[in-house]
Design a protein around this ligand. Structure first.
Ligand SMILES: O=C(O)CCC(=O)C(=O)O
Ligand SMILES: [Fe+2]
Length: 213
């Protein structure tokens, strides 16, 4: 990033989990942001997710390919406007495969689901596992806009040990293999830290998954 004395290094917070800083360049970030803006529009656009306990998630969400709701997948927005979920574009699958090739390697996954989360300054995501899929293909996570603290834990409990990783605009995080079902969450977003040229206030996270459904 501008002003950094040394480039941030690639790290492996756990076996099977890789953080690759600055994976998307400025143009790649802008293209992905433009796509997110289109996906966020109704029908089947950005929505507030209600949990079965009566709460709401603070990060708002839009899905592609299959619609995720707590806790399963559907072809329509069953907990929203009822519209068919937007299609998962082929180019996004290509991006996911490139991400896996550049991090973990191994077989090229056939990504068919994206969850796009939008975080304003007060949004968070509690510790959880991505466990509604029937595939052990790696999850690919891309970040745009504001920097956040991404907490990557263990497969056994929501609690420590965990590693806090700073995810900035353009960063890639991939978790597969022994880390595929690790608990993770976003305890904090740092408002006003997005690259000014991107023109996004807040944070977007795009996660790609294979449904196996
Ligand atoms: O926003 C993030 O970085 C994580 C999102 C996430 O864990 C999810 O959508 O399941
Ligand atoms: Fe997740």
């Amino acid at each position: 990033m501008d002003g950094e004395l040394f480039p941030r290094a690639r790290t492996q917070p756990a076996p099977g989990a890789v953080h690759m800083p600055d994976w998307l360049d400025a143009e790649g970030q802008r293209e992905l942001l433009d796509a997110c803006r289109a996906w966020a529009r109704p029908p089947a656009g950005l929505r507030t997710v209600r949990t079965p306990g009566g709460g709401t998630m603070t990060a708002r969400q839009v899905c592609l390919g299959l619609h995720w709701y707590p806790y399963g997948y559907a072809r329509t927005v069953v907990d929203g406007d009822g519209a068919p979920v937007k299609p998962f574009p082929e180019w996004l699958g290509d991006l996911g495969r490139r991400a896996v090739r550049d991090t973990l390697g191994g077989p090229a996954p056939a990504y068919d689901i994206a969850l796009i989360n939008f975080y304003d300054a007060d949004a968070r995501m509690g510790m959880h596992r991505d466990s509604d899929e029937k595939s052990d293909a790696p999850v690919v996570s891309l970040s745009l806009g504001d920097t956040c603290v991404f907490r990557f834990g263990n497969t056994e409990t929501r609690t420590r040990p965990w590693t806090d990783v700073e995810l900035r605009s353009g960063d890639l995080f991939v978790f597969g293999g022994p880390a595929r079902l690790a608990y993770h969450g976003v305890p904090r977003v740092h408002p006003g830290t997005a690259p000014p040229a991107l023109g996004l206030a807040g944070r977007l996270n795009i996660t790609l998954r294979v449904s196996g459904l």
